[in-house]
Design a protein. Structure first.
Length: 509
C-alpha cells in the first residue's frame, strides 16, 4: 500500500442530479447523430445529387473532424472551463445541424457535417469531464455513470428508430433539425443549473505542436481506415495515410514527453488502469460498430424490414444495455473491482456475438436475434459503466477534460477501425462465396439466392472476428485493470489547495 494526496471531499453541488439530465441529453444527441444520419443517407444523396463515390463523405467529414479534434477539444474544456466549453459546443452543434438540414448541395452538406464534428469534439469531452468533477461520492458516481454509460451504449440504436421514423414519415432533413431542440434545452439547462467546482482549470499555455501533430495523426488514422473500406488495404493513399499517422503520432508522443505543458500529459494514458480501459473500450467498439452495420443490412436487405421496423428490432439490445449499466454495473460498482464487471461483461457480449455466427437467410428473429441482442446489450452495458467511471477516476481536475477526450477518442477510432476492418472481411467472404456458387445457379431467383447467402456468409465470417476481438478486450480488462472497488471518499484529486488534502490509501501499481 502507498499513500496519495487527495483533496478532501467538498460539499456536493445541490444541482448535480439536475445537471446530469442536461449532460445526458447532450450526450444522447451526439450519439444519436452517429446513426441517425446513416438511415437518412440514401434519401439525402438522391435529393442533393451526391454521387456514389462522394456519399461516404457525409459520414467521413464528421468522423475526421470529431476524431481528429477530440484531444484538442478536451484541452480547451480544461482551459476555458467545462461548463463554457459544453454550452459553446452545444450552440455550435445546433448551428451546424441547422446548416445540414438546410443543405442545397453536397458541398454545403459536407461542410455542415465537418462543423458538427468540430463542435462535437468540444462537447463530448466537456460532458464526460463535468460528470467526473461533479460526482465525487463513489455510490453517486456509480449511478451517474450508469446512466451515462447506458446512453453512450444504447443511443446509437435509438438513432436507428428515430432516423427511421423521421425519414419514413417526415423528411431526411429532420434528422438534422431534430438536434436543434435537444441542443437548446441542454444548453439552457446547463447554463442555469451547472456550477463547476472551483480550481479545476488548467491555465497552462496551449501546446500548439501537440495540437497539430495529434490532429493530423488522428485524421490520417481515421481516414486511412475509412479509405481502406472503399479502396482496399493495398491502395497507395491508404498505405500512405497509415504510415503518416504512425510517424505523426510517434512524434506527438516525443513532443508530449518534453514540453512543459503537454496537450496530453502522458501520466493520463500510462497509468495502468486507464491504459487498459482505453484499449479494451476501443476493441469493444470495433466489434460493436461492425455488428450494427451488418445487422442493419441483414434486417433490411435479407429480411426486408422497413427502417422503422429495423430500429425497433434493436430495442432488446437497448433494454439490455440500460439494464446492464443501471441495474448490474451501478449496483455492483461499489462492491466489486471494476475488472470483475468489465471482463465478464465483454465475455457475455462475446457469447451474444457467438450466437450471431449461426445467422442464415431464414433465421428466426425470436429464436436467434433476440437472445443474441439481449446478451450483447447486458454484456456491453455492464462493462461500459465501470469503464466510463474508472477512465476519469483519480485524474487531477485540470486533466479531466483530456482524460475524457481519450475515452471518446478510443471509441471514435475504434468505430472507424471496426467499420472498415469488419466490412472488408465480410466483403471478401461474400465475393469468394458467390464466385464458388454462382456457376450452378441457372435461374434469376437462384442467382439472387446465392447472392443473399453470400451476403449472410460474409456477415458471419466477420462476426467470428468480432467474437475474438471481444474475448481479447475481456482479457485486457482482466489483466491490466487492477484497481480495487471504489472507496467511499472523493475520487478526484488536485494538486491545488494542499491545506485541504487528506491521505487516502491506494493500491500501489
Amino acid at each position: 500500500m502507498s499513500e496519495t494526496a487527495v483533496k478532501a471531499p467538498s460539499v456536493p453541488d445541490a444541482n448535480r442530479w439536475k445537471a446530469l439530465v442536461f449532460i445526458a441529453l447532450a450526450q444522447l444527441m451526439v450519439v444519436l447523430d452517429a446513426t441517425i444520419v446513416n438511415i437518412a443517407l440514401p434519401s439525402a444523396q438522391q435529393d442533393l445529387g451526391i454521387s456514389d463515390g462522394n456519399r461516404q463523405w457525409v459520414v467521413t467529414a464528421y468522423a475526421l473532424a470529431f476524431g481528429g479534434l477530440l484531444l484538442f477539444g478536451g484541452r480547451i474544456a480544461d482551459l476555458w472551463g467545462r461548463k463554457k466549453a459544453f454550452v459553446v459546443g452545444l450552440g455550435g452543434f445546433a448551428a451546424a445541424s441547422a446548416l445540414g438540414g438546410a443543405a442545397t448541395n453536397e458541398a454545403m452538406m459536407f461542410g455542415a457535417r465537418a462543423l458538427q464534428g468540430v463542435f462535437g469534439a468540444l462537447l463530448a469531452p466537456a460532458a464526460l469531464s463535468l460528470l467526473a468533477v461533479m460526482f465525487t461520492d463513489a455510490k453517486e458516481r456509480a449511478k451517474a455513470f450508469g446512466i451515462y454509460g447506458a446512453i453512450a451504449g444504447g443511443g446509437g440504436a435509438v438513432g436507428l428508430i428515430l432516423g427511421g421514423f423521421l425519414t419514413e414519415y417526415l423528411d431526411w432533413r429532420w434528422t438534422f433539425f431534430v438536434n436543434i431542440p435537444f441542443a437548446i434545452i441542454a444548453a439552457a439547462g446547463a447554463y442555469f443549473v451547472i456550477r463547476e467546482p472551483e480550481g479545476g482549470r488548467n491555465r497552462s499555455p496551449l501546446d500548439i505542436p501537440g495540437v497539430i501533430l495529434s490532429t493530423l495523426g488522428l485524421v490520417a488514422l481515421v481516414y486511412g481506415f475509412t479509405r481502406a473500406e472503399s479502396e482496399g488495404w493495398s491502395d497507395a493513399v491508404t498505405v500512405g495515410m497509415f504510415v503518416a499517422s504512425v510517424v505523426l503520432l510517434l512524434a506527438f508522443v516525443v513532443v508530449e514527453s518534453r514540453v512543459k505543458a503537454p496537450l496530453l500529459p502522458l501520466r493520463v494514458v500510462t497509468e495502468r488502469n486507464r491504459g487498459g480501459i482505453y484499449l479494451s473500450l476501443g476493441l469493444a467498439i470495433i466489434a460493436m460498430f461492425g455488428l450494427f452495420l451488418f445487422l442493419t443490412y441483414y434486417l433490411q436487405i435479407v429480411k426486408g424490414y422497413s427502417p422503422v421496423k429495423t430500429g425497433f428490432a434493436f430495442l432488446p439490445m437497448i433494454v439490455g444495455m440500460i439494464t446492464g449499466s443501471t441495474q448490474i454495473g451501478t449496483r455492483l460498482m461499489t462492491r466489486v473491482a471494476p475488472r470483475l464487471l468489465m471482463g465478464p461483461g465483454f465475455l457475455v457480449a462475446a457469447l451474444g456475438m457467438l450466437l450471431l455466427t449461426q445467422l442464415e437467410i431464414g433465421s428466426s428473429y425470436a429464436a436467434l436475434l433476440l437472445p443474441a441482442m439481449v446478451l450483447l446489450g447486458l454484456g456491453m452495458g455492464t462493462a461500459f459503466m465501470p469503464a466510463m467511471s474508472l477512465a476519469t477516476q483519480g485524474v487531477e481536475p485540470r486533466d479531466s477534460g483530456v482524460a475524457s477526450a481519450m475515452v471518446n477518442t478510443s471509441q471514435q477510432v475504434g468505430g472507424a477501425i471496426g467499420t472498415a476492418l469488419l466490412n472488408t472481411i465480410a466483403a471478401s467472404a461474400t465475393t469468394s462465396y458467390i464466385a464458388d456458387h454462382i456457376v450452378g445457379a441457372t435461374s434469376r431467383s437462384q442467382q439472387q439466392l446465392v447472392q443473399l447467402e453470400g451476403m449472410v456468409r460474409g456477415y458471419t465470417s466477420a462476426i467470428w472476428f468480432a467474437v475474438g476481438i471481444l474475448v481479447v478486450a475481456a482479457a485486457i480488462a482482466l489483466t491490466f485493470v487492477n484497481a480495487g472497488r471504489p472507496n467511499m471518499a472523493a475520487v478526484t484529486g488536485s494538486d491545488a489547495d494542499a491545506a485541504d488534502e487528506v491521505k487516502i490509501p491506494v493500491v500501489a501499481h
